[in-house]
Design a protein around this ligand. Structure first.
Ligand code: HEM
Length: 423
């Protein structure tokens, strides 16, 4: 205890970009690192071993952090907002003393990205403002554009016999749907994706993290000013003219909410689509069953979300507490390992098996408690449409022999390069 940044070496330059060197983990119970290459490639065995021996491992890498792995612990902590705050939800923390406004010439960002990085009462009303945009009814109206988008993407490679199912397909879908909801240009999809990856996937690299955050915030600052002059029927325009208790919403809060919707809606869903295609590429039985029994799609989507849950979030301990024998100190981080909870044998029968018709499936891929995902209807719709359209066009496909698959992890886990071949 008491060491800081142990195990995380100095950044070195690779391909022009600084990358942080991870000192390989040898003791997962007391010195875990969610960015260790072994964890990125296959966290499942590590969780299984730890659940038997040390179900809430600890580390001092980056910051004193705990990582519950059992369903019961993850959900209990998610509901205990008195001891576990959402003010700092980054799994890979930046400099804790970083002033969000230091390099930013805009409104006050002290509220971060509400509702995700807030506790009540700010959380309650900012969440309420977002929810109508992701209701079932609203999400239904985005189905035709999502379907058309998937078909256009498939047109680009379906007759080539090979594709990168992550980069050419999964990655391209959510960012364009979210751009439409926010009322911003889908032409900038690659730029948005780059910023979101900088903030989440490359968060260990301070330079990249800052570049992504500044890119996002400066972009939305200009967009908000434009919406103020020329309001449309999009989410940004509506947030700008909303009043809460007779007062307009603070500009910094509107900016944080706009950035959150992009960050939360992009690589989460792209990762879920990518992991689902990865599973179907290597599981011919499941793939053929889904093609033959399309009515299974609703339970299949829930099962793929459970088995390959992409999102881990953090909490900050507000006051010293001993939880399940772990002496958690105020200021410690707790990594809410929703993906590990979804593989807990105490909560799911044969958790490592994908059962497309699993009937009892109370998974927590979308979290649990007051911060449960506000965009889950949209995410489910995108995942369903993306898989349906892929299977309609490319029912037979498999992983390309010998080509490397790369996985992103940390806060959001999913394949980033996924070469597949098909007849
Ligand atoms: C498969 C895709 C997705 C997964 C697995 C996922 C997962 C999650 C999780 C686990 C949380 C809880 C965070 C916490 O407890 O701290 C969350 C919150 C949130 N998600 Fe998602 N998400 C997905 C897609 C989306 C989409 C498409 C949107 C739309 C913009 C979205 C918007 C949000 C928002 C706004 C919150 C914050 C809710 C709050 O704090 O009250 N998510 N998501």
């Amino acid at each position: 205890m008491g060491r800081s940044r142990v195990g995380v070496g100095e950044p070195e330059k690779k391909g022009g970009m600084p990358v942080t060197q991870i000192v390989p983990v040898t003791d997962w119970a007391t010195d875990f690192d969610v960015m260790d290459p072994a964890y990125l490639a296959d966290p499942f065995r590590i969780w299984d071993d730890l659940r038997q021996t040390c179900p809430i491992p600890h580390t001092n890498r980056r910051k004193s952090s705990w990582m519950p792995l059992r369903y019961e612990d993850v959900t209990a902590i998610a509901h205990d907002i008195e001891h576990f705050s959402s003010l700092k939800v980054a799994v890979i923390p930046g400099d804790e003393d970083e002033d969000p406004n230091e390099n930013f010439d805009g409104p006050n960002l002290e509220y971060g990205l509400p509702p995700i990085s807030s506790d009540p009462p700010l959380h309650t009303w900012t969440r309420r403002l977002l929810l109508p945009w992701f209701s079932h009814k609203r999400v239904d109206t985005y189905v035709p554009m999502t379907r058309e988008l998937c078909r256009t993407l498939l047109d680009g490679f379906a007759d080539k016999g090979h594709a990168d199912a992550a980069a050419d397909y999964a990655q391209q879908i959510p960012v364009r749907v979210i751009a439409r909801i926010l009322g911003v240009s889908a032409d900038l999809a690659d730029t948005f994706t780059g910023w979101v990856r900088d903030v989440l996937e490359f968060a260990d690299d301070a330079e990249r993290r800052q570049r992504g955050a500044e890119g996002l915030l400066n972009y939305f600052l200009v967009q908000l000013e434009e919406r103020r002059q020329h309001p449309g029927d999009d989410l940004l325009s509506e947030l700008l003219c909303t009043e809460v208790e007779g007062q307009p919403v603070d500009d910094g809060i509107v900016l944080g909410m706009a950035a959150l919707v992009l960050i939360a809606g992009v690589d989460t869903t792209w990762s879920a689509i990518g992991s689902s295609l990865w599973h179907l590429a290597r599981s011919p039985e499941d793939r053929r069953r889904l093609v033959g029994e399309p009515e299974l799609m609703p339970t299949a989507v829930e099962e793929l979300l459970r088995a390959y849950s992409p999102v881990t979030m953090a909490r900050e301990v507000t006051k010293d507490i001993t939880y399940a024998g772990c002496p958690m100190k105020a200021g410690d981080k707790v990594l809410m390992n929703f993906p590990a909870a979804n593989r807990d044998p105490e909560a799911f029968d044969s958790p490592d098996e994908v059962q497309l018709d699993r009937a009892h499936n109370r998974h927590v891929a979308f979290g649990s408690g007051i911060h449960r995902c506000a965009g889950s209807n949209l995410a489910r719709m995108e995942l369903t449409v993306a898989v349906e359209e892929w299977l309609a066009r490319i029912p037979e496909f498999s992983l390309a022999d010998g080509d490397e698959i790369t996985w992103a992890g940390g806060q959001v886990r999913g394949p980033r390069i996924l070469p597949v071949v098909f007849p």
